[in-house]
Design a protein around this ligand. Structure first.
Ligand code: MG
Length: 159
C-alpha cells in the first residue's frame, strides 16, 4: 500500500538594496536581495518547510536554527539536500512540488527553468516534477511595494 503525504510551506524575507538575490538555488540579477541569516533563498526555505511538514518533522528553524553560526550565509541548497536526506531516511520520495514566488520585481520568468532544473538536481528528481511559478501582487501589500518576497510551496511525498 502506498502512503501519500502532502505538506505546505510558507516563507517571507525582507528585501534591501545591494544584497545578492537567490531564488530556487539560482542567483538572480536584481538591485535588491533578501535580508537573511543564510543566503536568503526564500523559495528553498518554503520548500524545505513543505517537505518537513509532510512528515510532521517540524520546521526549518528547528532543523537549521538561524541562531547557529553553522548556518550563517549558508547556501540554502545544502539545507534542501539535508532535508531530502531526512525524507529519504523516513523511506519517502518526492512525488511532486509546486512553488509560487510572489515578488513585484525583478521579472523572474527568465530564471524559472533554471530554478526547476537546479531544485530537481538537488532533490534527486526530474524537473517535470518540480514546478516554479512567479507572480506579482499587482503592486498591493508589502510584496507589491517591493518590501519583501513571499513564497508558498506544496509537496507530495510517496512511500
Ligand atoms: Mg527563510
Amino acid at each position: 500500500m502506498t502512503d501519500i503525504r502532502t505538506g505546505n510551506g510558507y516563507d517571507v524575507h525582507a528585501l534591501a538594496p545591494g544584497l545578492p538575490l537567490f531564488l530556487g538555488g539560482v542567483e538572480i540579477e536584481s538591485p535588491v536581495g533578501c535580508v537573511a541569516h543564510s543566503d536568503g533563498d526564500v523559495a528553498i526555505h518554503a520548500l524545505c518547510d513543505a517537505l518537513l511538514g509532510a512528515l510532521a518533522l517540524g520546521d526549518i528553524g528547528k532543523h537549521f536554527p538561524d541562531t547557529s553560526d553553522e548556518f550563517k550565509g549558508i547556501d540554502s541548497k545544502i539545507l534542501l539536500h539535508r532535508t531530502m536526506n531526512l525524507i529519504k531516511e523516513h523511506g519517502y520520495h518526492i512525488g511532486n512540488a509546486d512553488i509560487t514566488i510572489a515578488m513585484q520585481r525583478p521579472k523572474l520568468a527568465p530564471y524559472i527553468m533554471q530554478m526547476r532544473q537546479t531544485l530537481a538536481a538537488v532533490m534527486g528528481t526530474s524537473p517535470d516534477r518540480i514546478s516554479v511559478k512567479a507572480t506579482t501582487t499587482e503592486k498591493l501589500g508589502f510584496v507589491g511595494r517591493g518590501e519583501g518576497c513571499e513564497v508558498y510551496a506544496t509537496v507530495l511525498l510517496l512511500k
